[in-house]
Design a protein around this ligand. Sequence first.
Ligand code: A3D
Length: 311
Amino acid sequence: MSRNKISLIGGGQIGGNLALLAAQKELGDVVIYDIPKAEGMIQGKALDIMQLRPHDGYDINLTGSSNPEDLKDSDVVIITAGIPRKPGMNREDLLGINLGIIKNVAEMIKNVAPNAFVIVISNPLDAMVYAFHKYSGFSSNMVVGMAGALDSARFRTFIAMETGFSVQDVTCMVLGGHGDTMVPITRYATVGGVPVTSLISAERIKEIEDRTRVAGGEIVKLLGNGSAYYAPAQSAIEMAESFLHDKKRVIPCASYCEGEFGINGYFIGVPSVIGSGGVEKVLEFELTEEESSALKNTLNAVEKTVAETGL
Ligand code: A3D
């Protein structure tokens, strides 16, 4: 059996960490692809991670390339190509530049890796995943956006920090768009099955929800140049792993909705089953009136950003 092939489009901060995590999980051979201007940097990252392998015996190969031919027969493609935020910018400010990049990338992937499962990370996420789908013509189950996995991990982190209990036992999900309108579903957040609503005061929960919504911006401000990269990389790797190993994990992802939660024709954060068929199913559940109206609000924000793509 041949190894899986994972292609990383964009070998910057997230791309480099994706390569490291893919190696450590032995997910398959990795190609770090970037523009010719990044030649050298991507080969250097690939070689550095190659030399990390002997310590733990990860038997996969990594290469850096700016030749689209090297992406042929990829099983998974993860896209971080584009520019990240700087302090004071919101994700929508990236739309103009990143849309052009996604168009080029989608046309390239369509030619060289038409059967790949594609995970989009570039921002503004909800519009970029929509644009990739339109430009590539890929079937909607093979295209997904990474956002909810990260937003939920942030929410889980803050709950673990607040309670002092193991982060491993914190379960919760964040739905909707990847922006300040995202919807943490606190009603179903638990620590080891115990509702967080009985562990944390309503006032503190509200503060944690608010911090989750702007958690990306908090890191942008702290870093001063660029945005988060460790946790975003791990979130996407979990999605790739679920596809490659047909795990059928249930992960909040920006998946294409066809009537689920009353949403039609948009990619938005919803609980998604990821297996060898890509996004195999969106799991629906009943929302309260308040959650429903919060989801409508986040959908409006997604519709607005998507409209700006002109697609
Ligand atoms: P950065 O370190 O700048 O890396 C981006 C890379 O993309 C650079 O190496 C560029 O050379 C490369 N690139 C540009 N154009 C192309 C192209 N046409 N083909 C291939 N590569 C290209 O950024 P980063 O890794 O920190 O972030 C990447 C993207 O992810 C940004 O748009 C961020 O806003 C976004 N991001 C999303 C999340 C989500 O949760 C959705 C979180 C964090 C960052």
